[in-house]
Ligand binder design. Structure first.
Ligand code: PBG
Length: 326
């Protein structure tokens, strides 16, 4: 067993490994590095295509990846979370060649200029569209955790800087932590999707990630939005499993939970402004019913006011233009 002190030292080390992450967890200011830009990369998509509902966000094909990152970096964005969608689906063995190739390509080019998180879920990889493996209609915990920790290790070996497990599977954070530590990656931070609801607001994402469940829904592992105590307990559990950073999702629909989670876990908690939340702004603006930029800023400051330390948003790449100079 580690002592409390040792955990604290490790945690601090992981969250101060580079300037981007240091800014991300800085409590003094609202900084540009506190915005994380989701990027979708699809093996079969040529050419890159716009994602329905998400404005300028695209599903990228391989040839366009470097250009997109270059443009985003020029705009001042350098904190990214990647969603990798390989062509082949499987319910047993996950081919890592596409994800390895993509991560190597990006990291070889941009190295420490960027902080590259990878969303670790298998819903874009399974035939079922579920975030875990099923056996006889029940979640198969053992094999799910095994494939997820193997994927985490392969992502880090290919250059990813941090892992963001989004499956909401019990034990996923501790399994990934121990796998990374065993392989000498104990400096790699884990950002856990720790309070994630079975929400109605993930529609545009599921289109893009090709991850709509083929049977049932995600209520076996995602949270019921009617239960406040379960939602807080979930973050406490992932904090205890060893997550360095926590997250609520959908962000605007979880405002009430951020401060209680911070108080209970003493960890920093981010918010994911999910696809449906963001798409609502885009649609209202299209209908000339709101000023997009002002409304977007209002949502960001609201999340911050509620205590969000960092924000995953489909407009992170525009934060500088919107006034986040530092
Ligand atoms: C993968 C995952 C989802 C989102 C992030 N990671 C979809 C889901 O859980 O169904 C949603 C993000 C968004 O809507 O922007 N499990």
């Amino acid at each position: 067993m580690m002592t409390g002190k040792k955990i604290l030292i490790n945690k601090n080390m992981r969250l101060s490994s580079n300037q981007i992450v240091k800014n991300m967890v800085s409590t003094k200011l609202f900084l540009r590095d506190q915005f994380i830009q989701p990027v979708f990369i699809k093996e079969v998509e040529t050419p890159s295509s716009k994602i329905l509902g998400l404005g300028e966000n695209k599903s990228l094909c391989k040839d366009d990846i470097l250009k997109q990152f270059e443009n985003d970096i020029i705009k001042g964005c350098r904190n990214f979370i990647l969603f990798i969608i390989p062509e082949k689906k499987s319910d047993e063995i996950f081919d890592k060649s596409f994800s390895n190739e993509i991560l190597l390509l990006i990291k070889n080019e941009f190295k420490d200029e960027i902080q590259l998180w990878v969303d670790l879920c298998i819903c874009s990889r399974t035939r079922s569209g579920h975030c875990c493996l099923y056996k006889d209609k029940k979640i198969d915990f053992e094999s799910s955790l095994k494939v997820m920790s193997e994927l985490a290790l392969s992502y880090i070996e290919s250059g990813a800087d941090g892992i963001a497990p989004s499956s909401m599977l019990k034990g996923v954070v501790s399994k990934i932590r121990s796998t990374l530590d065993l392989n000498n990656f104990n400096q790699v931070p884990i950002m856990s999707y720790s309070t994630k609801f079975a929400s109605n607001f993930y529609g545009p994402f599921r289109e893009a990630a090709d991850s709509t469940p083929q049977f049932g829904d995600r209520s076996d592992y995602q949270l019921d939005f009617k239960s406040r105590s379960e939602a807080i307990d979930s973050s406490i559990r992932y904090a205890n499993e060893g997550a360095d950073l926590l997250m609520v999702k959908p962000g605007l629909l979880s405002l009430d939970l951020i401060k209680p989670i911070i108080e209970k876990t003493k960890k920093q908690v981010g918010a994911y402004q999910v696809s449906g939340e963001y798409a609502s702004l885009i649609q209202l603006a299209k209908d000339n019913l709101i000023n997009y930029e002002k409304a977007l800023l209002e949502t960001w400051f609201t999340l911050k006011r509620a205590g969000a330390q960092f924000i995953i948003t489909y407009a992170a790449r525009n934060a500088k233009e919107l006034g986040f100079d530092k």
